[in-house]
Design a protein around this ligand. Structure first.
Ligand SMILES: *Cc1c(COP(=O)(O)O)cnc(C)c1O
Length: 415
């Protein structure tokens, strides 16, 4: 697989305009993606890519799924927006279906992951202020976590690279080491109103919670009347082979779970799911979102949720997750460039080793030039979040291309 070096004038012009006119906070690849089908995408120049990143875990049912396009078109012909002054059927039904599929009693809809976590942070503070007055305000989060880019969520994100220069940051956050159960005693106490934690840290390098860690967090939360809030924006919605990643920990019942990424199949929608302890906390006037629960996004999300809950889909996640790991293991045995393959289901990180460490970006770009899109999670981890309905043929094709790219990296003496 080789990419034609030739770019059309239109591609060059669009890339140049984007580079000139976007605020330069991103560094997009120099191509223009134009259309997609299943786990494949094509750029304007006709190059084909196997999509092993799904728009950062968003297009979990691939590109152009007919059932999603139908739901979108049907709703687009009825009603686009009403505001939350009124109920609309797609959002009401979606709320009911999310509760039926989970621990939740009530749902708040928003438009992104950061907004869902922002809602959770506000809910936690309000819940504690109603029950305990002003002294119980601290939210505990974990080093290496990622919770979003708004000021409160970037403060919850205990990684200096996301915070530098944006000070003053909101008060009331405390950080703790992930997977260090012994450190919880000290971090979670009388001042704690909630703990916000990812069952698998995504951006932080695809780091799963060790068995028992979330249960230990839950126990400390119960002991101090703090809410257990799980950020499942990346790990949730069948990504790990169960609807929520926390379900892998026996008997765990959260108070709040935030979701977004995969929920709309590519349309922006997020949600905060709330269990009985805090379901009544946010009373009229306390919080809101103009676009939250948008009818089109909700109509599509209902189809997404139904599909993600199906046994066939969950079985495919497990099946393809094992196949992906086998391919990575085989490559590692040949080239020795991976220190560890970690994650669950189709949320997989390959930790780079030795002289490969720190080069995830470089290798990702090489992959792209060989027609496969992979993600990184920090400089040391290649991250795979393919569509959950990816087929044997699509995954094989993607990993064949990955293998060619890795061979080239080895031959070029970069490894
Ligand atoms: C992506 C992500 C977010 C932020 O979601 P946005 O939609 O980008 O605001 C928050 N938490 C986790 C775990 C994520 O992966």
């Amino acid at each position: 697989m080789t990419m034609p070096e030739q770019q059309t004038r239109k591609t060059r012009e669009l890339v140049a305009t984007g580079q000139r006119r976007y605020v330069p906070n991103y560094a997009p690849k120099e191509m223009i993606l134009d259309r997609g089908e299943g786990a494949r995408m094509w750029d304007l120049d006709g190059n084909e890519y196997v999509d092993m990143g799904a728009g950062i875990g968003v297009t979990s049912l691939g590109h152009g799924a007919p059932a999603l396009a139908e739901a979108l078109a049907a709703q687009a012909g009825r009603l686009w927006h009403t505001s939350n002054l009124y109920f609309v059927e797609p959002a009401v039904r979606l709320a009911e279906e999310l509760c039926e599929a989970s621990f939740a009693e009530r749902v708040f809809f928003c438009n992104s992951g950061a907004e869902a976590n922002e809602a959770a942070i506000k809910l936690a503070r309000k819940h504690a202020s109603l029950r305990h007055g002003p002294g119980k305000r601290e939210i505990v989060t974990f080093y290496g976590g990622f919770h979003g880019r708004t000021l409160a969520t970037v403060t919850a994100t205990a990684q200096p690279k996301y915070q530098e220069g944006f000070e003053p940051l909101p008060e009331g956050f405390r950080y703790c080491d992930y997977n260090d159960a012994a450190a919880l005693d000290d971090a979670i106490g009388e001042r704690t109103c909630a703990v916000l934690v990812e069952p698998i840290q995504g951006e932080g390098g695809v780091v799963p919670a060790e068995a028992g860690f979330l249960a230990a967090v839950a126990e400390r939360c119960r002991a101090h009347d703090a809410l257990l809030m799980l950020d499942e924006i990346q790990s949730g919605l069948a990504r790990t082979g169960r609807l929520f990643a926390y379900e892998w920990e026996d008997g765990l019942v959260p108070d709040v779970v935030t979701i977004a990424k995969a929920l709309g199949g590519g349309l922006p929608i997020g949600a905060m799911l709330v269990g009985p302890r805090a379901a009544e906390t946010l009373q009229p006037g306390s919080h809101g979102s103009t676009f939250g629960g948008n009818p089109i996004a909700a109509a599509v999300a209902r189809v997404v949720l139904r599909t993600l809950c199906s046994g066939d889909l969950l079985a495919n996640v497990e099946h393809q997750g094992e196949r992906l790991r086998k391919r990575l293991d085989a490559l590692h045995n040949e080239f020795g460039f991976i220190a560890e393959v970690r994650g669950k289901g189709l949320m997989i990180g390959a930790v780079l080793r030795g002289e490969w460490a720190g080069r995830a970006g470089e290798l990702g770009e090489l992959c792209r030039r060989h027609g496969v899109l992979v993600l990184q999670a920090g400089p040391d981890v290649l991250r795979f979040l393919p569509p959950l309905n990816i087929t044997d043929a699509e995954l094989d094709d993607g990993m064949d291309r990955f293998e060619v790219a890795m061979r080239e990296a080895v031959d070029a003496g970069t490894g």
